[in-house]
Design a protein around this ligand. Structure first.
Ligand code: M6R
Length: 367
């Protein structure tokens, strides 16, 4: 049932190119002029009335939601707030008929996320769910559903579900952006062409980085602490990379917005401590590099993650993980893959139970 792989997690990591292909199938217009989301029945009138988007989820799905905030605010110029479901439901949220609520959940059964959905509905908000499980409670309760078609995810650590949640966010954003007339035709086509390349590029990462990442993960045999830093979308992915490592290898990992380090965390950066520095966003690249210099001044071991062809990064870090180049907007889909693989190999090297980490359940149906 593991298809020849030793664990479900690595099987599911390797299924990601297929999962990306499946979520895109039939959804990109043949002439690359827009996306087809027939399952979303929001009318043009309802879309024009959206004043705020509230994204609500837990864990990995919440991290996908943070990517969603950056993406939707940039493309739609509508304010987006992202909440952890167990916070949202108890904070008397400012949600009304002018709010579009986007609920993200792999299982569609997470108790807090389901309760948050009901709370949003009760306040008159329209709800779109991005979920993987057809007929799940969240799919049934939402007004509209964007299915992620990742297939069953068995490993507790979410991988292919996350990556397809990101695709769900891009598709929904492009759909709304077209209705609102906020995305110029040329930009739409360019984004769609790049989305279309992602499955192949994800496959390239799996084919070419496996050995390097397996070896690199040995560093976590010696270290119980590590840091993930980045700015913008890279920060959103840093959060997910650090959760993955904590969850399955029990290495303590902190994710920080790179500019925030010197407000406290820099005190923890010591000689040789591993730091993953994500550097895919050109508009903040120079700023991140100056943060990396602050980290290097404390003699940490810095591993950069950047697009192929980025020669600059090599001058500032100890090692680089190169990923195929895509639009900065779409980078999270590719950046997360090496981080998932690092976490996987760290877990294997440390002799942990990869698929069933201690204290955790696949679906959290209790509050
Ligand atoms: O099924 P859901 O997407 O609602 O689950 C949410 C979280 O419990 C889940 O993403 C969790 O954080 C994963 N185990 C992380 O890998």
């Amino acid at each position: 049932e593991k298809g020849g792989y030793p664990h479900f997690m690595i099987k599911e990591i390797n299924e990601q190119p297929r999962a990306l292909r499946d979520i895109l199938t039939g959804r990109i217009a043949p002439d690359f002029s827009g996306v087809d989301l027939q399952e979303v029945s929001l009318t043009a009138e309802q879309i024009k009335n959206i004043r705020k988007i509230a994204v609500v989820a837990c864990g990995t799905a919440y991290h996908a939601g943070i990517v969603g905030k950056y993406v939707m605010e940039k493309m739609l110029r509508i304010p987006v707030e992202v909440d952890i479901a167990s916070e949202f439901r108890y904070r008397n949220p400012l949600i009304d008929a002018h709010t579009l609520t986007v609920i993200i959940s792999q299982s569609g059964e997470t108790a807090d996320t389901l309760a948050a959905l009901k709370e949003a509905k009760a306040r008159g908000s329209r709800v779109v769910a991005i979920t993987n499980v057809v007929g799940s409670s969240i799919a049934r309760e939402a007004h509209d559903v964007v299915y992620t078609w990742a297939g069953p995810e068995i490993a507790v650590a979410s991988t292919k579900a996350y990556i397809t949640q990101l695709l769900g966010i891009y598709l929904l954003t492009l759909f709304l952006g077209k209705e609102l007339g906020r995305i110029p035709a040329g930009e739409m086509t360019d984004i769609l062409h790049h989305l279309y390349q992602l499955p192949k590029q994800a496959q390239d990462i799996l084919d070419h980085l496996n050995e390097q990442l397996n070896k690199m993960a040995e560093i976590f045999n010696q270290w119980e602490d590590t840091f993930f830093v980045g700015r913008g979308l890279d920060y959103a992915v840093a959060l997910e990379g650090s959760l993955k490592l904590k969850e399955i290898s029990y290495v303590h990992a902190e994710a920080y917005a790179a500019g925030e380090l010197k407000h406290g965390t820099l005190a923890l950066i010591v000689k040789d401590v591993p730091v993953l520095a994500l550097c895919t966003q050109p508009d903040v690249f120079e700023k991140t590099v100056s943060n990396i210099k602050e980290i290097k001044a404390r003699e940490a071991h810095v591993i950069g993650v950047a697009f192929e062809g980025n020669k600059e990064i090599g001058k500032s870090v100890d090692e680089v993980i190169y990923i195929p180049e895509t639009l900065p907007l779409l980078a999270p889909v590719l950046t997360v893959i090496p981080l998932q693989m690092l976490a996987y190999y760290a877990s294997v090297h440390r002799g942990c139970d990869v698929d069933q980490p201690r204290n955790l359940a696949k679906s959290v149906t209790v509050e």
